[in-house]
Design a protein around this ligand. Structure first.
Ligand code: NAP
Length: 331
């Protein structure tokens, strides 16, 4: 299993019927992280599970070589006309547990998984699947493996801090029980909420991840970044929180045409998009910041370019990082 979030994660939102084949393509291109959510409105979690099984069977990549992260989406973010992973009437604590268990089911197809410890709360699979019935990879003496989620994120804060903290506590319990290996947040832009959440945790209970929209309207999270870095945050206890931005390309059109990006692209013979992705991968010039690039391209050539930019050995020079940082943060 991967000990930490990889530097590059494939985003599966809005892929609908193409989810499974695009996840397979991304794995073949070199992605080793997958982002999904128990939210039918935007994601097909079950299809991600099918792709993971197909990748394993094709000997492309083993399940434990891929970081798979999903989310508990509060009811305000769900489409109630579609199947929900929990009962909306249930207390939030029960909702998050039911959602996590639905995700475990959706993301572990095939016959080698042992769900027996999940108890009565274990939900049925989200949708029937042809691959579930296929026992080709299981042998009679193959040991059953307990399923896990590499990370479970809270998709967005709930209506009250009290409910948010209760969900957070239940997520930690799931981690303590071993179903979830890391916990994190998404869509927290207010440094005061972030600090409040961290202040009730001991350093061992810190979130592993913050997944946020990277955009000028939130100052590109300038007020939060220092508290994610173990170097810049005095209260971190030395633990890093990986910053995982989305909207890197779609929300930053102006940056793509900035001279600082254009000249780096020219030197490296890269596209401007590759330069911006590399800027994020290199920590955006924030000391000690650990980042993970979230990219959901549907284009094979773009997949290759993203992998080359984020995971390749070519780097932006210090002067290029400073110049791009100046465009984004004005400093
Ligand atoms: N937590 C949340 O609330 C939340 C919200 C939104 C998204 N997400 C996650 O973030 C993931 C990414 O979403 P995103 O909104 O950032 O957009 P994206 O799906 O990564 O793509 C945005 C645009 O960039 C293009 N693109 C991507 N890589 C490129 C490359 N290397 N070169 C040129 N163009 C490229 C894509 O076009 P092509 O397809 O043509 O390449 C697309 O038009 C989602 O799939 C989801 O997992 C999370």
């Amino acid at each position: 299993m991967l000990a930490a979030c990889p530097p590059l994660v494939y985003g599966t939102a809005w892929k609908e019927g193409a989810t499974s084949s695009l996840v397979l393509q991304a794995l073949a291109a070199g992605f080793r992280g997958i982002d999904t959510a128990a939210q039918r409105k935007h994601y097909r979690e079950h299809a991600v599970g099918e792709a993971l099984l197909a990748a394993e069977r094709a000997r492309l990549v083993r399940r434990d070589e891929v970081w798979v992260q999903t989310k508990y989406t509060p009811i305000a973010g769900q489409d109630r006309s579609q199947p929900l992973p929990y009962s909306p009437e249930a207390p939030v604590r029960e909702q998050v547990r039911a959602s996590a268990l639905a995700s475990l089911r959706a993301l572990h197809h095939g016959s080698r998984w042992d769900f027996s410890g999940m108890g009565a709360a274990a939900p049925a699979p989200q949708a029937p699947s042809a691959v579930d019935g296929d026992k080709a990879t299981a042998s009679a003496d193959e040991p059953l493996t307990r399923p896990w989620l590499d990370a479970l994120l809270l998709h967005s804060p709930l209506g009250s801090l009290e409910d948010t903290l209760e969900v957070w506590d239940e997520m930690q319990r799931l981690r303590d029980e071993g179903w979830v290996r890391n916990v994190g947040f998404s869509n927290i832009y207010d440094a005061r909420i972030w600090d409040a959440l961290l202040s009730i945790q001991g350093s061992e209970r810190r979130p592993a991840l913050l997944q946020n929209r990277w955009h000028a309207s939130t100052g590109h999270d300038v007020s939060l970044l220092a508290s994610l870095s173990p170097v810049l945050s005095p209260n971190s206890g030395g633990a890093a929180v990986t910053y995982q931005p989305f909207w890197i390309l779609s929300g930053n059109g102006g940056l793509l045409s900035a001279p600082a990006v254009r000249s780096a692209a020219e030197r490296l013979e890269w596209t401007p998009q590759m330069v911006v992705l590399r800027f994020v991968a290199q920590g955006m010039g924030v000391g000690g910041l650990s980042t993970s690039v979230l990219c959901g391209t549907t284009n094979e050539e773009h997949m290759r370019q993203t992998v080359a930019a984020v995971l390749g050995s070519e780097e932006l020079e210090d002067g290029e990082m400073d110049a791009i940082r100046h465009v984004v943060y004005g400093e």
